[in-house]
Design a binder for this molecule. Structure first.
Ligand code: PNS
Length: 164
């Protein structure tokens, strides 16, 4: 039986912290599906296509990882894709409360298990929201995200005229 896991998130944008968890999940499971939440009601810096494209490039290095967008419930996506586990990175205790609630809610909705993976300490301070805030004000985030994500951030804030 193929052991297939999901690494879900909004990935707006993908960071080295996400990739740390995805890469380690790829070492534990036969297949990993990076599940990009594309709920249209949420406003994001990057469109679903842009987020999927950046993740596709970032995950090309692992041959058992693919990227897919989903709308609606994560548990429905997992059922449709034959996914038995959801892998979530935990950066700090502060992540745990909400992640535990989601894990228990998802367990009440389906048979899918949630597996928590401690983020590597190297990336424990990293969050897409902070990356965006720093990039917006002209700070250097080049060490926190892949090069093409860095370029996309600089371009997007220049387009918006909000840098600096
Ligand atoms: O990057 P994020 O914001 O932590 O990602 C959150 C995400 C997309 C994984 C979460 O919001 C989600 O699973 N959304 C799908 C809707 C759903 O299933 N909601 C019930 C959660 S218990």
């Amino acid at each position: 039986m193929v052991r297939r896991a999901a690494c879900p998130g909004s990935f707006d944008p993908v960071t080295h912290g996400h990739l740390d968890v995805i890469g380690r999940a790829a070492g534990l499971f036969d297949e990993v599906v990076v599940a990009v939440g594309v709920n249209p009601s949420k406003s994001r810096l990057f469109s679903p296509d842009e987020r999927l494209d950046m993740l596709g490039q970032a995950c090309a290095t692992w041959d058992n990882v693919r990227v897919a967008g989903f709308t609606g419930l994560l548990t429905d996506f997992c059922r449709a894709e034959g996914i038995s586990a959801i892998v979530k990175g935990l950066r700090a205790v502060s992540d745990f409360d909400y992640e535990l609630q989601m894990a228990q809610m998802n367990a009440s909705l389906s048979d899918v298990e949630t597996v928590f993976m401690p983020t590597s300490p190297e990336w424990s301070f990293l969050a897409s929201s902070l990356v965006k805030e720093i990039a917006q004000f002209g700070g250097d985030v080049s060490g926190l995200v892949p090069d093409y994500v860095h370029e996309a951030l600089v371009r997007r804030f220049a387009e918006q005229g909000t840098t600096g």
